[in-house]
Write a protein that binds this ligand. Sequence first.
Ligand code: URA
Length: 210
Amino acid sequence: MPDNLTIVEHPLVQHKLTHMREKSTSTAGFRRLLHEIAQLLAYEVTSHLALTTQPIETPLGEMDAPVLAGKKLALISILRAGNGLLDGVLELIPSARVGFVGLYRDEETLQPVQYYFKVPDGLDGRLVIVVDPMLATGNSSAKAVELLKEQGARDIRFLCLLAAPEGVRRMAEAHPDVPIVTAALDERLDENGYIVPGLGDAGDRMYGTK
Ligand code: URA
């Protein structure tokens, strides 16, 4: 397995992912499963967060109790499919700051072009978690991370549901400092850039579009 990749093998994650892959799963079912799986993946992607202590009083006495240290973290969704993961992660970390990156693919150059970019201040002092369900070619992920680094982000992690070997390699080349957390590493991309066996177009399945 590539160094930059963590696959979350937890049985609940794998079970829910299987239902998401099934083409018979409804739009509502797909969205609910993505929401649930996002929370389980968020547990893994935040497992290294630093703690400090603060004095508190329980009904029975005083103690120094652990709390998260440092600035609120930043969740950055790559539009539009990122929003499905974002919603679940936000439920687990409601105080997180949120940003959005919109990219489309230029049909001539095949390179990602930015059409929207709005992120929280002070990215240099935050853990920044970039969310996008499908790490396919890795072009838009690598571009989004590049834009975030230009805004000062230093501690970046990438959270996805499915990864293709091509996307993992692209991210490792462009951003070897960015760990990737995913539920599965699939076989390959097809000629249209879809992950095989994958689950189809995550945005379409989430929003019921074609
Ligand atoms: N984006 C998707 O939604 N699905 C893929 O398989 C690849 C990219």
